[in-house]
Design a binder for this molecule. Structure first.
Ligand code: SF4
Ligand code: SF4
Length: 305
């Protein structure tokens, strides 16, 4: 599988996950792009937030040997903790010096062909399960040239594609990407703009406008709503979101994504504050009630990605 003559284009990704049953139909290969314009309090993938490579430290692997301190030319490395992005120059000296692998880079640069080769390894699973590849993040549309080259390469090879977007992106880029993707997973967190600004850092005006424009122009749009206790899970919030989804033409499925706490440890590794209080993930019964709310509006609903 080749990238349509654009093999030299590179992108920054955090991970490629194989054999995933999330984020689209069948068995999927999910490519996580690095960099996101939102800053959601509940993010379970915070290593994808920054648009730059960064140093992370796995605290329980640290043996306090102090080699990172000796190696750091900036004098900012600390045993067992990640350096702040504002002072670390990402030279990697501490990573090379660390004998336990406690320090690592989050983010790697890959060419289009590198990624297409990884996707190609899973072709048999895609073909047997009606699966494919999902470009997720982070926000894949922040690297449009890289994303479009990957979409072209996949289409050329007959691999079905999904793009997972937060929607806070340039409209023309979104429509161009959508024209080359088989499925769009479109995330909407909150309809109340003041709450959206508080919990994600940006207004939802562009996001909602983009979703309205996309619906009706793309045959397969799935709306994805994270269900975050105390943030957007009140009966009123869910009813408003269900009404909004039902008002759009072309939403083929609503995926309700239950909040989980896997992001907490990742925020710690990155040396960042986790801002949500100790909330409890929604129960199966609560997720069923949320799904019932959407189904009552005639929507096809799935709990989970
Ligand atoms: S990457 Fe370089 S500057 Fe950053 S903490 Fe490690 S040694 Fe210091
Ligand atoms: S070099 Fe690695 S193991 Fe040693 S103190 Fe630094 S982070 Fe810990």
């Amino acid at each position: 599988m080749r990238g349509s003559g654009k093999q030299a284009i590179t992108g920054l990704i955090t991970n490629i996950q194989r054999y995933s049953l999330q984020d689209g139909p069948g068995i999927r290969t999910t490519v996580f792009f690095k960099g996101c314009p939102l800053d959601c309090w509940w993010c379970h993938n915070p290593e994808g937030l920054s648009r730059r490579r960064e140093v992370v430290t796995i605290a329980n692997r640290c043996q306090q040997c102090g080699e990172c301190i000796k190696a750091c030319p900036e004098g900012v490395a600390q045993p067992g903790s990640s350096p702040a992005g504002s002072v670390c120059v990402r030279c990697g000296a501490c990573i090379g010096a660390c004998p336990t692998g406690a320090r690592q880079f989050a983010g790697m640069t890959m060419t289009v062909d590198d990624v297409l080769w990884e996707i190609d390894r899973d072709r048999i699973f895609h073909d047997d399960s009606s699966g494919g590849v999902t470009f997720s993040g982070g926000e894949p549309l922040l690297q449009p040239e890289f994303l479009l080259a990957l979409l072209h390469g996949c289409r050329h090879s007959g691999v079905r594609t999904a793009v997972d977007t937060c929607g806070f992106v340039n409209e023309s880029t979104l429509l161009e990407v959508a024209a080359h993707a088989d499925l769009i997973l479109f995330d909407v967190k909150l309809l109340d703009d003041s709450k959206h600004r508080k919990f994600t850092g940006v207004s939802n005006a562009v996001i909602l406008a983009n979703l309205r424009r996309l619906c009706g122009r793309h045959p397969e749009v799935w709306l994805r709503v994270p269900v975050i206790p105390t943030v957007n899970d009140s009966p009123e919030d869910l009813e408003d979101m269900a009404r909004f989804a039902a008002s759009l033409s072309g939403i083929r499925q609503v995926s309700l994504l239950p909040y989980h706490r896997t992001g907490i440890q990742k925020f710690e590794r990155l040396g960042r504050e986790y801002r949500l209080p100790a909330i409890i993930p929604p129960s199966a019964a609560e997720m069923k009630a949320a799904a019932d709310c959407f189904q009552a509006h005639g929507l096809k609903v799935k709990v989970g990605g």
